[in-house]
Design a protein around this ligand. Structure first.
Ligand SMILES: Nc1ncnc2c1ncn2[C@@H]1O[C@H](COP(=O)(O)OP(=O)(O)OP(=O)(O)O)[C@@H](O)[C@H]1O
Ligand SMILES: Nc1nc2c(c(=O)[nH]1)N[C@H]1C(S)=C(S)[C@@H](COP(=O)(O)O)O[C@H]1N2
Length: 179
């Protein structure tokens, strides 16, 4: 039963500086904290960190989706215009289907917080039974962006055959159309 399955959720930090120890990763832990606050159904996180190298990002995404069985993978970092920012390219390469509405909505909401939100090329896509969502590297962007789109995440996971996710309705009301 989809209702009984423990959801595995991938948390991927893409950062040259965090992965080489220049600073401590705050993005991955912020994603985990967000999910702990919002999800009421059982889940477990699988966290990885890679530098801004497209082949490393693709390998980590494939691992989280295909081998670790994550129904949802959330990335942070590498979405901007800098030479080494290639997380959206890696996401597009590994996904069979893009979900451009996620990036559009996250940018729109982020623009009410910071004018440089237009610099993020963050997107989302489907690889088999996994939804991949890109977030910017700035740790405070994580809740700002996930608050914008999370109401649509449980239905998306249903539609790709994943576990039934439920949320704390004080935080996020998951939308599922009545059958
Ligand atoms: N994983 C992270 N942990 C903590 N702070 C981060 C992280 N990623 C980004 N930041 C912070 O957000 C700011 C803006 O992120 P920036 O766009 O420079 O990240 P980036 O492109 O992922 O760079 P890098 O790969 O070197 O982390 C950074 O100056 C840094 O203070
Ligand atoms: N919600 C939100 N979106 C945001 C930001 C932010 O602070 N909050 N930072 C912007 C900035 S300054 C950049 S450069 C881009 C890309 O960031 P990245 O390369 O770290 O992914 O995300 C943008 N989107």
């Amino acid at each position: 039963m989809a209702e009984d399955r423990v959801a595995r959720i991938g948390i991927l930090t893409v950062s040259d500086r965090a992965s080489t120890g220049v600073y401590e990763d705050r993005g991955g832990p912020a994603i985990r904290t967000y999910l702990e606050d919002v999800l009421t159904s059982p889940w477990e996180g699988v966290a990885l960190m890679v530098p801004d190298e497209q082949t490393d990002i693709e390998a980590a995404l494939v691992d989280l989706c295909d081998r670790q069985g994550c129904c949802l993978v959330i990335t942070t970092g590498g979405t901007g215009p800098a030479l080494r920012d290639v997380t959206p390219e890696a996401t597009k390469t590994v996904c069979g289907k893009m979900m451009p509405g996620f990036g559009e909505l996250m940018r729109q909401v982020s623009l009410t917080k910071v004018p440089t939100a237009i610099l993020s090329r963050q997107t989302a896509g489907i690889r088999g039974g996994s939804l991949i969502i890109n977030l910017p590297g700035q740790p405070r962007a994580i809740a700002e962006c996930l608050d914008a789109v999370f109401a649509a995440v449980p239905l998306c996971i249903d539609l790709i055959g994943g576990p039934y996710l439920t949320t704390d309705e004080q935080r996020i009301v998951a939308f599922r159309p009545k059958k």
